[in-house]
Write a protein that binds this ligand. Structure first.
Ligand SMILES: [Zn+2]
Length: 124
């Protein structure tokens, strides 16, 4: 028999659902892309949105929706969350989760240190 459905692999089962939810929702995608450094896809701000080079179709049309922290590509229609993005860049699922967890902790520590509740600034 086959390996069953996507999302039900033992690999996924070992990672708490709550952690997966936090790294998808609580770590803004622009922070993830900044943290990727020179592995990051090219990105820019335009019309009030953060956009980056779609790893699927290679058009500058992947646009982050700040409400759900998902990127949608207006060229090929793909949606990406933080985990999808790292997997697209060549990480396996477990290393993507481990890295995003570190970045989430670092991000939340930095946010907690800020005395003023201003929105995070994103490098241009
Ligand atoms: Zn695309």
């Amino acid at each position: 028999m086959g390996h069953g459905e996507v999302g039900l692999t033992p690999e996924h089962a070992m990672i708490p659902a709550n952690l997966l939810r936090r790294i998808r929702n609580d770590l803004p995608m622009p922070v993830t892309i900044a943290a990727l450094g020179n592995e990051a896809p090219p990105s820019k701000h335009s019309d009030g949105y953060y956009r980056f080079l779609c790893p699927n179709c290679r058009e500058m049309k992947a646009t982050v929706n700040p409400r759900n922290n998902l990127a949608h590509c207006f060229c090929c229609g793909q949606n990406f969350n933080n985990i999808d993005l790292l997997i697209r860049l060549g990480y396996n699922f477990r290393s993507a989760v481990a890295l995003l967890e570190q970045w989430l902790l670092r991000y939340q520590t930095q946010e907690a240190k800020k005395s003023n509740p201003t929105p995070p600034t994103v490098p241009k």
